[in-house]
Design a protein around this ligand. Structure first.
Ligand SMILES: Cc1ncc(COP(=O)(O)O)c(C=O)c1O
Length: 325
């Protein structure tokens, strides 16, 4: 019985890496690879984070038996938490902005969580924002904790401990550039720190959606243009989370919604890789960046989740037409 896991939690991580072949510019001297996080049991990179947040809160005594986990989530962290909470006997309440796809809300309810929807287009400090509502609920509800994925150090730490070493082992350390989008920043900060410690010459690139303020914060120290809405889910920010460690990142590239949604469909039709728009956005940024590289390079791109969560959007022609994508 060597190969049988004790629970789905033991199946988190060790996700595969695949070569990208058919969506690249012709004659590109570079090689592109994608780490497919949809192979996690809950379908995204955030499975790693869900169990990490819970175990850290148990260890420090913040989370007690039968307790409630409240989190502001664009969906994937919710599922990572809900899956671990089911096995460990905790309740979950998730607060999500209304731009998040119907599929993501439905799956969280199916996993037994309560889902509260808040308006997307309000300032982070607004009492109606998903961050404010989740904070308030975690204070009002007895025996509740806030997952706090944007600021919780357990987030980059789990990527430093798992995702980074996996990438190093799977590639034998033979990569030149690591590329990811930043939502909470946990992935890029944790993986980036690990890879830089192994080889300081590896470049850490952040792909950022146009409309996010992270690009301006990196290059100018302040937003030059105010944050504005975009359709890619889970990445980019209208504030600077503690878990976005700008010092770990070497470069930022901006990507438009149009580029991201086109690549989402190209990845499916040309590579048979069905992923969400944030994966496509990361790859588009990687391709743009590669055009300025002087030597042939190996570029590894994080693909955070599956396209199945976006059937009503990225893979729905009517929605794409309505949104001019
Ligand atoms: C679909 C998707 N892609 C990318 C990310 C970004 O990952 P991180 O929060 O580690 O920066 C998230 C985070 O919520 C996400 O949901």
């Amino acid at each position: 019985m060597k190969k049988i896991a004790n629970s789905v939690l033991d199946l988190i991580g060790q996700t595969p890496i695949v070569k990208i072949n058919h969506v690249l510019p012709t004659n590109s001297p570079h090689q592109f690879f994608a780490k497919l996080e949809y192979f996690n049991p809950g379908g995204s990179v955030k499975d790693r984070l869900g169990i990490a947040i819970i175990e850290e809160a148990e260890k420090t005594g913040r989370l007690k038996p039968g307790g409630t986990i409240v989190e502001a989530t664009s969906g994937n962290t919710g599922l990572g938490l809900a899956q671990a909470a089911l096995l460990k006997g905790y309740k979950c309440i998730f607060v999500m902005p209304d731009k998040i796809s119907e599929e993501k809300r439905a799956i969280l309810r199916t996993y037994g969580a309560e889902v509260i929807i808040t308006p997307t287009n309000v300032e982070p400090e607004d009492p109606q924002s998903y961050l404010s509502v989740s904070k308030r609920l975690s204070q009002e509800i007895p025996n509740a904790i806030l997952g706090n994925q944007y600021h919780n150090p357990a987030n980059p730490l789990i990527h430093y401990k798992t995702t980074g070493p996996e990438i190093w082992d799977q590639t034998n350390g033979d990569i030149d550039v690591f590329v990811a989008g930043a939502g909470t920043g946990g992935t890029i900060s944790g993986v980036g720190k690990y890879l830089k410690e192994k080889n300081p010459n590896i470049k850490i690139l952040c792909s950022d959606p146009v409309g996010s303020i992270l690009f301006d914060l990196f290059y100018h120290g302040k937003p030059l243009t105010p944050a504005k809405g975009y359709k890619v889910e889970g990445v980019g920010e209208d504030m600077l989370p503690d878990n976005v460690h700008l010092k770990t990142i070497d470069d930022f590239v901006q990507v438009t919604d149009k580029e991201s949604f086109k690549m989402t469909r190209d990845l499916l039709s040309k590579e048979a890789i069905c992923v969400g728009p944030s994966s496509a956005m990361a790859l588009v940024g990687a391709i743009k960046y590669s055009k300025n590289l002087t030597k042939p390079s190996k570029i590894l791109v994080m693909f955070p989740d599956s396209g199945r969560a976006y059937l009503s959007k990225a893979f729905n022609q009517q929605w794409l037409n309505e949104n001019e994508l």
